[in-house]
Design a protein around this ligand. Structure first.
Ligand code: ADP
Ligand code: ZN
Ligand code: ZN
Length: 811
């Protein structure tokens, strides 16, 4: 008997054949993992795809052990992987690598970590398990190879797998926040009041006249009645008083603080609340969605129209029928808000899955998906879960480019893959956004997708008023204060005076994107990439945003020796800094990759803004994404030209999306929000369309351009990037590559050209672009030609190290 095995590596063949020894034959079936050797000595956990009796015409190695008693990969998952490898022009091994979580991928080098929570009672373990558990208990972390030495045995994957299943150890994955149970501050009555609540009456009368302190105590007592733990945050919120008053109550020895661990998984301990009553518009949207016979529907609802509530309604229906929902979000870091909103309604029916949760949590979600858990809220990796009965896939903010994975392969678009995934289960897909992508608007126009629209904001609120500020005029009349126009500063002041909050958007982090010599024009460039270094004032360092290279800023010009070195341009850090000069009393927060690198920093920041401890939030595109604040009176965009003038066929679309989305953050419960866009070219068509909230004109104009210049959605693009350390080699390889493609595809092939940034991390690049008409034979022909050409090129002398990145449907 033989088995075809998928290995988690970028290998040319889709599967490799191994023989099945008699001893394990009964356990082998498609979907279980086996231990095999590949290459001279490396071992991997591979996946059985097929079992058969056709002996290959080469000598095969035997399967060494079987790791699973039941299948870990479903037939649907196999089909999804196959589709991805084919559609995105990569190998099945690359897809498998991306798809399987760490605990299902073992190699000789896998790092094993002891699970402290297991404790040291090993009485449930057999002899071999015990030896490894004990070794790990002492050393805390070992590699699989060490386990072989401990047991003095070649085949150890099965033992390790058993220990993983029993929760004795877990796999260390790099780049992961270490598992810490989350600690929150809770409150309880201090003694003697905890054991003798009758004594509280005295306290109450002592507090008479101290309104705020009384309110706190009352809030605490009400909460205590209905829940086992009362969080400090909850009391503050309920009593609506300051921390200072609470601290007084604590100082008086009435309440006391204590730390309480909450598990992060399914840790929702609050009461559930009824979902809000649907508005008329929401009611209509739900009816239309339910009546929809198309498999995929685009929900186009303006910012603030209340799409989330519509999702909730659709999800409830699925849950009632015992089905599962996958809810995909572009960036899970920004979604604590959504998680809270959904948890309030669904409680522990919801699991969360993304790259920032740790291995144990991931194992849990993986299992719960297989067991039929109702709702999984996930970033793009959620596509790979082993669903049992998937009935609905929701893709929130479908236009967001971060749904596309770039490195490493598979370079897949999670939204498009989600549609295929749904089709495997016969599930429906709901794509929601205020600013549809051109691709999906086209799908609506051609009748492929259904459309449901929500043109009004919830509660009859008006869309914000958008105005432009002409920076040329401002400069001419000397109205600029640093990078702020007069109207912007005035409106900021007014917002502050009215107790409203503001958001300022600048799509550039750091302090200044350039350090330049005023005398000779020299500027500080990265040593490894052809880009200028960005100055970060807080750390007083120059940093490359492409490779992370860091150096100290020069005081004298290395080219001419002059001391006249200045910072050019402005990033979020500088905006924050300068704003403090003009608005000294404002409390300003900054949200970008530098300040919101970790999940906890980010949620602290959002929390501060939400609870109005900050007046102004300065940020990069992070601030545009689906956040819902109720007190933002003003949104300012500092330099819109960087968006509209960016040299890329998508810049118009991207600018419209970003500006509309950031504008959508403005607006208060009872008052129309104001958006000010600073630009040197305020007459740019995209800016005018944002001003007028004119989505139809934008679409029409942009579609026309795409058609004229042969871009998506009318043509399909495949982008190829070749890279090598030697410019000469990559240049030659790329011209050979393009010539080979051109021989068959003619002028559908563009390039090679040197990319905007010619060198990144010391690798020189050459780009080739294919523009293909939307015809299945042309596209599949082009893809197999790419596979062949890559193989031929890599086979030429001296070119075997050229890297090729194939990007289908680049964003
Ligand atoms: P969108 O995602 O479409 O931009 P949201 O779902 O964030 O809009 O809703 C906008 C605001 O309206 C939120 O503050 C939300 O709580 C509120 N809202 C939406 N629907 C309802 C409803 N049916 N009842 C009460 N409030 C609602
Ligand atoms: Zn100089
Ligand atoms: Zn660099």
């Amino acid at each position: 008997m033989y088995a075809d095995i998928i290995l988690p590596l970028a290998l040319p063949k889709r599967t490799y054949t191994y023989s099945v020894p008699e001893s394990v034959a009964a356990l082998i079936q498609p979907g279980v993992r086996v231990e095999v050797q590949f290459g001279r000595s490396k071992r991997y956990s591979g996946l059985v795809e097929r079992v058969h009796h056709q002996a290959p015409d080469y000598e095969v190695k035997p399967i060494l052990s079987v790791l699973d008693e039941v299948t870990v990969v479903t037939p649907q998952q196999f089909r999804l992987w196959d589709w991805m490898a084919d559609y995105y022009c990569c190998t099945l091994g690359e897809v498998m690598s991306a798809a399987l979580p760490g605990h299902l991928k073992l190699t000789s080098e896998t790092r094993l970590v002891f699970n402290d929570q297991y404790g040291d009672n090993f009485s449930d373990l057999d002899d071999e398990e015990y030896l490894i558990a004990e070794g790990l208990h002492i050393q805390q972390e070992i590699v699989v190879e060490d386990a072989r030495k401990i047991l003095n045995k070649k085949t150890v994957f099965p033992v390790i797998q058993r220990l993983l299943n029993k929760g004795v150890l877990f796999i260390r994955e790099e780049l992961q926040e270490k598992f810490k149970p989350r600690k929150v501050t809770a409150l309880r009555l201090a003694e003697p009041y905890r054991s003798q609540p009758e004594q509280l009456r005295q306290v109450m009368s002592d507090l008479s006249g101290k309104e705020r302190q009384l309110e706190i105590l009352m809030a605490y007592l009400t909460l205590e009645k209905r829940q086992p733990i009362v969080l400090k945050q909850e009391v503050l919120q309920k009593a609506d008083v300051t921390k200072a008053s609470l601290n007084t109550v604590i100082k008086k020895g009435i309440l006391e603080k204590y730390a309480r661990e909450v598990s992060r998984l399914g840790g929702y301990e609050d009461e559930l609340v009824e979902a809000d009553t649907l508005s008329a518009q929401q009611e209509r949207a739900v009816q239309e969605l339910k009546a929809q016979d198309k498999k995929v529907t685009l929900l186009h609802g303006v910012t603030g129209s209340g799409k989330t509530r519509v999702y909730v309604e659709m999800m409830r229906e699925v849950i009632r029928n015992g089905g599962q929902v996958l809810y995909l979000l572009p960036e899970i870091g920004l979604t604590t808000q959504i998680i809270h909103r959904l948890q309030k309604v669904f409680g522990n029916e919801i699991s969360v899955y993304h790259s920032r949760i740790n291995t144990q949590e991931r194992v849990e979600v993986w299992k719960s998906a297989a067991a039929g858990k109702s709702v999984i809220l996930a970033a793009r990796s959620g596509l790979f879960l082993p669903f049992k009965q998937l009935d609905l896939v929701i893709v929130d903010e479908e236009h967001d480019p971060s749904f596309k994975q770039y490195d490493p392969a598979p370079r897949y678009h999670a939204r498009d893959t989600a549609i295929f995934l749904a089709s495997l289960y016969g599930a429906k897909t709901l794509l929601g956004t205020a600013t549809p992508s051109l691709e999906n608007w086209h799908n609506v126009e051609t009748g492929k997708f259904g459309l449901v629209e929500m043109p009004e904001r919830f509660g009859g609120l008006q869309l914000p008023e958008v105005q432009t500020i002409d920076l040329r005029e401002q400069l001419k009349h000397r109205q600029m204060q640093s990078i702020f126009s007069k109207p912007l500063l005035d409106q900021l002041q007014i917002a502050l005076d009215n107790g409203e909050q503001a958001i300022l958007f600048q799509n550039r982090r750091g302090y200044a994107p350039m350090l330049e010599c005023e005398v000779c024009g020299w500027n500080a460039m990265c040593r490894h990439c052809d880009v200028s270094l960005t100055y970060h004032k807080h750390t007083h360092r120059l940093r490359c945003h492409y490779c992370g290279y860091v150096q100290e800023p020069a005081k004298v010009c290395p080219a001419c020796g002059s001391g006249k070195i200045t910072f050019k341009g402005f990033g979020t850090e500088k905006i924050e800094d300068e704003l403090k000069l003009f608005l000294p009393n404002a409390k300003i927060g900054r949200m970008d990759l530098d300040t919101a690198g970790t999940k906890s920093n980010l949620s602290a920041l959002l929390n501060d803004f939400e609870e109005k401890r900050l007046d102004i939030l300065v940020g990069t595109q992070m601030v545009t994404k689906g956040l819902d604040f109720d007190n933002v009176g003003l949104v300012g965009v500092l330099g819109a030209d960087a968006l509209t003038k960016f040299p890329d066929f998508r810049s118009g679309e991207r600018a419209f999306h970003l500006l509309t989305q950031v504008a959508g953050r403005a607006g208060r419960k009872n008052k129309r929000g104001l958006v000010l866009i600073q630009a040197f070219d305020p007459g740019h068509p995209v800016i005018k369309e944002v001003l007028a909230h004119d989505f139809p004109s934008f679409m029409q104009r942009e579609m026309q351009e795409r058609m004229t210049f042969k871009y998506p959605p009318f043509y399909r693009l495949i982008h190829l990037e070749l890279r090598h350390k030697e410019p000469k080699i990559v240049n030659e390889a790329a011209s050979f590559y393009a010539k080979t493609l051109r021989a068959k595809l003619g002028d559908r092939v563009l390039g090679p050209v040197i990319p905007n940034i010619a060198r990144i991390r010391n690798y020189f690049g050459q780009n080739i672009m294919l523009k293909l008409e939307k015809s299945a034979p042309v596209i599949s022909g082009a893809k197999s030609l790419i596979r062949q050409t890559t193989e031929i090129m890599l086979g030429k002398p001296g070119w075997s190290q050229v890297q090729v990145a194939v990007d289908v449907d680049p964003v």
